[in-house]
Design a protein around this ligand. Structure first.
Ligand code: GTP
Ligand code: SPV
Ligand code: MN
Length: 652
């Protein structure tokens, strides 16, 4: 209700009183028999305009004018609010209940909207060279996409004008990182998707507490999102509106601004995640002297009770969530989870690298998650979780590849498109990129320090990927520069997390290729410059759980057995003499990787072999990649590293 008391200040004439009353009354309107305040003539059906910081209000108003929503809903993050959104989505058919579990929901997307779309993701800067290195003539750049400001303006106008007609614009105030931590950053996402609101409530700290920070004048990243209204007006699947033809995801580092249109899925729509915490985040980090990385963070305690933290960058769907929640097979070890996807890291005044997880939930790959592979995830996800594109069971539960043992006799399955499914159907039951969206606090091994405003101290950084051939289980960088080179030359088999078809070995430096917010070469220089920030830099490793033998099967059992690799790494951090030099880096001395109690036979010769032919090809591929994608801009240190590797491989 308007604050009439505030109007009736003593000493005012009746005319002023009446004029002020009219002015205030104008900001209110009737809808559904209720009184609502208004913004630009649009009813605000939840939350109070008075609570909005002037800067936020201006941002909302500007986009009301552009998107022309029917109503505005300012999110408070409450359970009541969430319940009403859930009810709305059930009514609209966007989600269905999963009565087998507590407060769990299944969303089925339009089959044309199931993953991130790298090819439609752009960074907008005045000059192309701020965003991407200049590729060799005739070569298509593969280190991000640039868009000019004028083109972006056209793209936005074309898509966003009136795109929320008949819909509600939700205003989501959110914090990446614990609210109020000096390392955290705030965002405001405007979206027309209730699914995005419900997901952002899990993935970020969202609502009232953040509104209060904003009211105190906190800066924020502007995040505008619409699922879109296709140009031809035809919405194929009203329960999941989207506009795949015209999907576009735009970032303006200069204004800390994100604009995303046409997709409701994951990294395309939950703008705190890849768009903010990585792309815009990396540009802020570059300016402020820290690192925003596609990395998990885990704590590991050895049998002596000594605890350390490790960060690891693997490309999408290459094992971050699984490693972050690992149940170690080696007796006496304990792993605790700080984060499974993103790390914000900076050196403190004593030269210790410290990391926070800016997220509040896990948006994890469902297929492959099982009581065998990731029991901790299985203990996390069956309450307060939104599942997307998994299969469903006749007893009100979920199913995906890997859950075969969990399905009771007589229970039938519908695939992610809602069609009857059996193991003979010939297609996967769950979409390969189907996901769970679940609160991090529910993880039974969440680290006690996971919300520490100062972050956790990082002792080692791992890079890795899916390398079916040639790349050993683990190797250690010779020094920081070599470590940066290893990150820069990462390659991995493509997965279902983005739109790439087939299993191509793709270059994915630092697992950041889809997420660089600025020119890769400037990013490399930034990483190299970290050398001057500390006397005690973390050690760097490369790991590969995915090497295959001649029979086409994985050579290494992975998952909990990866604790054996972490054990070797921790012993290296303690300066144990358990490594030997090879041309590509240091690998475990024969017999030094603890294999005691390993249930399967592992061919360690094959697992650790470094075939000369393979590595000559690898060096050649890296050389070609740098020549074509980066050219003369490549930092000299990296050029020297490549030269040295080539020489070592040639004299193998
Ligand atoms: P994003 O959320 O896309 O960034 O993926 P992620 O890096 O967190 O990958 P995740 O841990 O979800 O693993 C993806 C897939 O790889 C799942 O199907 C896992 O079962 C599988 N996987 C993870 N770790 C291992 C491992 O050690 N060995 C094998 N063979 N497969 C693994
Ligand atoms: C990834 O692809 O790396 C993810 C999923 O973590 S998404 O949020 O969709 O980007
Ligand atoms: Mn990821």
């Amino acid at each position: 209700m308007p604050d009439l008391a505030a109007v009736s200040n003593s000493g005012k004439t009746f005319d002023t009183y009446s004029a002020e009353f009219t002015r205030i009354a104008k900001r209110w309107s009737h809808a559904n028999g209720r009184l609502y305040s208004q913004l630009r003539g649009v009813s605000v059906v939840n939350g109070s305009v008075q609570d909005l910081a002037p800067t936020v209000k201006a941002y909302v108003e500007e986009n009301i004018d552009l998107c022309q929503p029917e109503t505005v809903h300012i999110c408070d993050g409450s359970e009541t609010e969430n319940n009403s959104l859930v009810n709305l989505m059930v009514q609209q058919g966007t989600i269905t209940a999963l009565p087998k579990y507590q407060n769990c929901w299944l969303a089925r997307t339009n089959p044309a909207d199931t993953a991130r779309v790298e090819s439609k993701t752009f960074i907008c800067t005045e000059n192309q060279s701020e965003t991407i290195p200049t590729p060799k003539e005739g070569v298509k750049g593969a280190l991000g996409h640039w868009i000019a400001p004028t083109n972006m303006e056209v793209a936005v106008k074309e898509r966003f004008t009136g795109c929320m007609r008949g819909r509600t614009m939700y205003v989501i105030p959110f914090s990446m990182g614990p609210v109020g931590s000096p390392l955290s950053k705030i965002g405001v996402e405007l979206t027309d998707s209730a699914y995005v609101v419900a997901s952002m409530r899990i993935m970020t700290r969202m609502g009232q507490a953040v509104t209060q920070q904003l009211a105190k004048g906190a800066d924020f990243v502007k995040c505008l999102h619409s699922v879109g209204a296709p140009a031809n007006g035809f919405v194929e699947m009203p329960s999941w509106p989207c506009d795949p033809e015209r999907t576009i995801i735009l970032h303006v580092p200069k204004n800390n601004e994100i604009v995303s249109y046409g997709s409701g899925y994951g990294g395309n729509s939950l703008l705190g995640k890849k768009c903010f915490a990585l792309r815009i985040g990396s540009t802020i980090a570059h300016k402020e002297g820290w690192l925003a990385e596609h990395m998990l963070i885990l704590g590991i305690t050895n049998p002596k009770g000594q605890k350390r933290y490790i960060a690891a960058a693997f490309p999408s769907a290459c094992g971050k969530t699984n490693l972050a929640m690992m149940t170690p097979s080696l007796p006496g070890y304990k792993v605790e989870c700080v984060g499974d996807d993103i790390a914000w890291m900076r050196f403190d005044s004593s030269g210790q690298l410290r990391a926070i997880n800016p997220e509040n939930g896990f948006f994890g790959v469902a297929p492959g998650t099982s009581t065998k592979s990731n029991p901790i995830a299985m203990k996390t996800i069956f309450k307060n979780t939104v599942f997307t594109n998994v299969a469903s069971t006749s007893d009100g539960g979920v199913f995906w590849e890997g859950m075969e043992d969990d399905i009771p006799q007589g229970v039938t399955i519908k695939d992610w498109k809602g069609r009857k499914w059996t193991s003979e159907s010939g297609s996967p039951a769950a979409h390969p990129n189907s996901r769970f969206c679940t609160p991090a606090a529910q993880c039974p091994i969440i680290d006690p320090a996971w919300e520490d405003p100062n972050g956790v101290p990082i002792s080692a950084i791992l890079f890795g990927g899916r390398r079916p051939a040639g790349v050993p289980l683990v190797y250690e960088a010779r020094d920081w520069e070599h470590g940066v080179f290893i990150g820069a030359t990462m390659r991995s088999e493509s997965t279902a997390a983005a739109e790439h078809k087939g299993k191509l070995i793709m270059h994915d430096p630092f697992a950041m290729r889809p997420f660089f917010g600025y020119n890769f070469c400037h990013y490399l220089k930034h990483w190299l410059s970290m050398k001057n920030r500390s006397e005690r830099l973390p050690k760097i490793y490369h790991v590969n759980w995915f090497r295959k033998g001649a029979n086409g099967k994985f050579l290494w059992p992975g998952f909990g057995e990866n604790s054996r690799v972490l054990d070797w790494i921790l012993r290296r951090l303690d300066n144990e003499d358990c490594a030997m030099e090879t041309p590509i880096g240091n690998i475990p001395k024969p017999g030094s990787l603890n294999l005691t109690g390993l249930k399967e036979d592992v061919n360690t010769d094959e697992l650790f072999s470094i075939p000369k032919d393979f590595w000559r090809e690898e060096v050649f591929a890296i050389e070609k990649y740098f020549q074509e994608q980066v050219g003369l801009e490549l930092p000299e240190e990296i050029r020297q590293q490549l030269k040295a590797l080539k020489k070592r491989v040639d004299t193998m």
